[in-house]
Write a protein that binds this ligand. Structure first.
Ligand code: RIB
Length: 294
């Protein structure tokens, strides 16, 4: 079976839970503080591995205690780390998360994630046609562009999760096989056109995630909608990452896009029922049981 190579960010999430989100210039008293593994790349790798994928994480951590604990977390989750680099002169990336009023706000400090760069011969050693590459936008954009162009040239499928939002070139979008923005990222990418219009431009390629409403994509004939599952929400952080990790697993297993997206919607819905980006990510058996009930 194909392996999944995640080229992306790795962070420690510093999470404050509070009843009230502070306004600019305001101080509030919080309820709790926790550190949990995160970073969009790492989250997607862990989500895919828990669901049974063969997953390799390619990225950078600092030579600090957060880096050590992140390595251990990858080992616990069966994520391969042969190409995980420790950057001696930098610290591990951090994400500063406020959980309040049922949603999160996040400030990401990239740190070691800024060092994710390759020569083409390094990519030769890392990737082949038996690989699906999973990318996000918390590492340098030039790296994302370089990897996508390399993969297009070598017929290697790429799933790009364009988060956090930033303007992307038409070439980058052309070079990837699947793009999975949420509705806000979709507007930032394509401007003020309707989501239906944009979906029609990218059949079986653009999958727009719409939170509690589920996901939509265009199959070449009609716009397909897959509704979200009902969930007891604890923490929505990492739901998008679970969707992407699960979609990658389903695609490398050869599922058709609709079936793959349904699997990913269920996994993602389940992920919000635990605390932390990775806390609620389900195993394959847990998704199977839940799918039987949907
Ligand atoms: O997608 C959720 C992730 O975004 C968090 O884990 C945090 O690290 C931020 O990068």
């Amino acid at each position: 079976m194909k392996r999944i190579v995640v080229i992306g960010s790795i962070s420690m999430d510093l999470v404050v839970t509070t009843d009230k989100r502070p306004q600019a210039g305001e101080t509030v008293i919080g309820e709790a503080f926790q550190t949990v593994p995160g970073g969009k790349g790492a989250n997607q790798a862990v989500a895919a591995a828990r669901l049974g994928g063969t997953v390799e994480m390619v990225g950078c951590i600092g030579s600090d205690a957060f880096g050590t604990s992140i390595r251990q977390n990858f080992d616990r989750n069966n994520v391969l780390t042969q190409h995980l680099r420790t950057i001696e002169e930098d610290v591990t990336g951090t994400a500063h998360i406020v959980l309040a009023e049922g949603d999160n706000s996040i400030v990401v400090v990239q740190s070691a994630n800024k060092h994710v760069q390759f020569t083409d011969s390094e990519l030769d050693a890392l990737l082949d046609e038996e690989t699906l590459v999973l990318l996000q936008l918390e590492i340098p954009l030039e790296t994302v562009e370089q990897v996508s162009a390399y993969c297009r040239k070598h017929h290697i499928p790429v799933l790009l999760n364009p988060a956090p939002s930033q303007p992307l070139t038409a070439t980058l979008l052309e070079n990837v096989t699947y793009v999975t923005p949420n509705e806000h990222e979709c507007r930032d990418l394509f401007g003020e056109v309707t989501i239906e219009d944009v979906l029609r431009r990218y059949p079986n390629k653009l999958i727009v995630t719409e939170g509690v409403r589920g996901i939509r994509f265009f199959d070449g004939e009609t716009i397909r909608h897959i509704p979200a599952i009902r969930a007891d929400v604890v923490d929505t952080t990492g739901a998008g990452d679970t969707f992407n990790g699960a979609l990658a697993v389903a695609l490398v297993e050869g599922m058709r896009l609709e079936e793959a997206a349904r699997f990913a919607v269920v996994a993602s819905g389940m992920s919000v029922e635990g605390f932390g980006a990775q806390g609620g990510m389900p195993t394959r058996d847990e998704v199977k049981t839940r799918l039987e009930r949907v």
